[in-house]
Design a protein around this ligand. Structure first.
Ligand code: FES
Length: 144
C-alpha cells in the first residue's frame, strides 16, 4: 500500500464512523483533496475539491484522487474528468503531448476534448462531472 493511499483509508474509515467527510487541508494542484460537501458515507460517489480554477493553467492536467488518475479537460460543455483506465481492456491512457490521449495497451487513441475514440463510437473514456463553485473545481468521482 502506498504512502498516499494509507492515510486516505484511515481518513475514510474515521469519516464513515462520523457519517461525513471533512476538509483535510488546502490542496495544491493535482494532489488528493477529499472534501465531501454533502452525502452519506454510503454514497457511491464523493465530491472532491480539486483546487482553485486558476491553478490549472495547462489542460489537460493529470489529477490523482486516491489511487485513481484522471485528466481534467475542458470540453465544449465545460470541464470534465476523464478516467485514465482504458475502456478497451484496462490499459493506462496517457498524454504524450499530441492531439490525442494514447493507451499503452494497444495504442488506441482518445480525443482530449471529451474522451471519445475516433472511429470507435462504442468506446470512450469514462467521464465524471466537474463544476466550478466559487472559483474552485469540484468533481464527482467514485468513492473507491
Ligand atoms: S487496453 Fe487500451 S487499447 Fe487495449
Amino acid at each position: 500500500m502506498s504512502m498516499l493511499i494509507f492515510p486516505i483509508l484511515i481518513y475514510r474509515k474515521a469519516a464513515k464512523l462520523q457519517g461525513l467527510y471533512a476538509m483535510t487541508s488546502k490542496n495544491p494542484k493535482g494532489t488528493v483533496s477529499l472534501r465531501q460537501v454533502s452525502g452519506s458515507a454510503r454514497s457511491k460517489k464523493v465530491r472532491v475539491d480539486l483546487g482553485d480554477e486558476s491553478s490549472f493553467t495547462t489542460l489537460p492536467a493529470l489529477v490523482k484522487v486516491g489511487d485513481a488518475s484522471y485528466f481534467l479537460v475542458r470540453a465544449l460543455d465545460g470541464y470534465k474528468l476523464l478516467w485514465t483506465v482504458c475502456p478497451h481492456q484496462g490499459g493506462e491512457i496517457m498524454d504524450e503531448g499530441g492531439d490525442l490521449f494514447v493507451c499503452d495497451g494497444h495504442g488506441w487513441q482518445y480525443e482530449k476534448s471529451g474522451g471519445s475514440c475516433p472511429g470507435r463510437p462504442d468506446f470512450r473514456m469514462k467521464a465524471f462531472l466537474v463544476t466550478v463553485q466559487e472559483n474552485r473545481i469540484v468533481a464527482l468521482v467514485p468513492d473507491e
